[in-house]
Design a protein around this ligand. Structure first.
Ligand code: PLZ
Length: 448
């Protein structure tokens, strides 16, 4: 069976078959015999082609993309600038390994990271391939630079699926179940979760609660790093109360620990700024990036204060594929698109349009507990009416109903009860409007 690109490619949602269609269903059968059961897919509809905000499947359906491949294709899927850069670089050389023969693209991506990440201090970067790999390397830097070993993370955190990153991730099933033991000296402290914290709790108070636990359980002098997602992603699109992040960063400064921002999901314009830390003028010692950085190619980075990064000895960083030249070319193109098309502004506009519409849903349906987010990173928490008890079943049914109508909407959250909106930042306005119309329809149908 081939995956021919459908000849009709309307820039609008279009259902030619029920989802999944017959060709997707045939691939699913083959998949069951060849792909490990542990790999899931939110919707078993097989991709054939994509354009900004739209995924075309192998059956001729066109789905509105509110997932961006989990926050990756911010500049649009198959963005022409990225595709051209990839073609050109692949025609020159696809790989040398930077450890063997260096190339300009690696250096240029590091220069961009120095200038774009928060703070005007001297910086250095190392490039890797995946988010989890970058998280692991940030921990190496923190331990080498401080001579301490304790790593402090937040409740509801997500940092990846390798052993150390899994130990830093909060949610057990399905991420961690059966995979322990995890790396030692990882400590979890409470986060700031305004919707679920005691009424009126400020960011400073949430930080006090977190830091009290930290000092009691770990001891300030043992902490190498406090690692936070400035907007928690997989945990449920949780925006901490103002003051929480600055207080943690201040504590780190006072106690000689590194404040590390995992901006893998929130970085590169997603929240309406280049990096989510900027909303509160927080300057991290280390910033971890991946996902949107390279417009769909696998590339990640750790960027930080020069003296901290250079605490790692020569040869202490590496990896066969880290900073692959094709991925670097894609990153330079993606960053150029973000800059020239001012995608941070676009993210804010998308966020405003989305939250305005979703807030009317919250007024109409008591099961919509909260609409929250920053920029184009928007979550809707679904609860049992009359209280705040999470309702993952209803959130799942809503997501499935939207998917059946051709809107690729996913869920997130420690309890799986948050609808997550991560559209590409170049999504055409009519597609976004159509998607929210569909969500309204599904809400009316499932919640009355
Ligand atoms: N840190 C903040 O969001 C990846 C995970 C999808 P990798 N998030 C999507 C899944 O179920 O595996 C992520 C993240 C934050 C780290 C990571 C890990 O990045 O590139 O998936 O390793």
């Amino acid at each position: 069976m081939t995956t021919s690109i459908p000849s009709v490619r309307p820039a609008r949602r279009h259902l030619a078959t029920e989802l999944p269609g017959p060709r997707s269903t045939a691939f699913e059968e083959r998949r069951r015999a060849a792909v490990a059961r542990g790999v899931g897919s939110a919707l078993p509809v097989y991709a054939a082609a994509a354009e900004p905000g739209l995924l075309h499947d192998v059956d001729g359906n066109a789905l509105i993309d509110l997932a961006s491949g989990l926050g990756v294709t911010a500049v649009g899927n198959a963005a022409p600038r990225v595709v051209d850069a990839v073609r050109e670089q692949a025609g020159l050389f696809t790989h040398t390994c930077f450890l063997t023969s260096p190339y300009a693209g690696y250096v240029e991506v590091c220069e961009e990271l120095s200038s774009l990440t928060p703070g005007t201090h001297a910086k250095r970067s190392v490039l890797l391939s995946t988010g989890a790999e970058a998280v692991e390397n940030a921990v190496k830097v923190a331990r080498a630079a401080t001579g301490r070993s304790a790593v402090v993370v937040l409740d509801h955190a997500y940092h990846g699926r390798t052993n150390l990153a899994l130990g830093m991730t909060a949610k057990n099933a399905p991420f961690k179940q059966g995979f322990g033991p995890f790396a030692p000296d990882i400590h979890r402290i409470p986060t700031s979760y305004p919707y679920r914290d005691p009424d009126g709790m400020t960011g400073e108070q949430a930080a006090e609660r977190a830091l009290e636990a930290l000092e009691r359980q770990v001891g300030g002098e043992n902490v190498a790093a406090v690692v936070v997602e400035p907007v928690q992603g997989e945990g449920g699109f949780i925006v901490p109360a103002p003051g929480f992040l600055p207080a943690l960063a201040r504590w780190c400064r006072e106690h000689g620990a590194l404040f590390v921002a995992d901006e893998i999901q929130s970085g590169f314009c997603r929240t309406g700024a280049w990096f989510a830390c900027e909303h509160e003028d927080v300057v991290p010692d280390l910033v971890i990036t991946a996902k949107a950085l390279a417009g769909g190619l696998p590339l990640s980075a750790v960027t930080g204060r020069a003296e901290v990064m250079d605490a790692v000895q020569l040869g202490g960083f590496g990896g066969t594929y880290g900073g692959n030249p094709v991925a670097c070319a894609a990153a330079l193109a993606a960053i150029d698109v973000m800059r020239t098309h001012q995608l941070a502004d676009r993210a804010r506009a998308i966020g405003d349009a989305l939250t305005a519409r979703l807030n009317t849903l919250a007024e109409r349906h008591p099961a919509v507990g909260e609409v929250r987010g920053r920029g184009a990173m928007v979550g809707v928490e679904i609860v049992e009416p009359g209280g705040k008890r999470p309702d993952p079943g209803l959130a799942q049914r809503l997501a499935k109903a939207c998917q059946a109508r051709g809107v690729l909407l996913l869920t997130a959250g420690t309890h799986g009860n948050v609808l997550r909106f991560l559209p590409p930042l170049v999504i055409p306005a009519p597609l976004l409007t159509d998607a929210v119309d569909v969500i309204e329809e599904c809400c009316a149908e499932l919640m009355g």
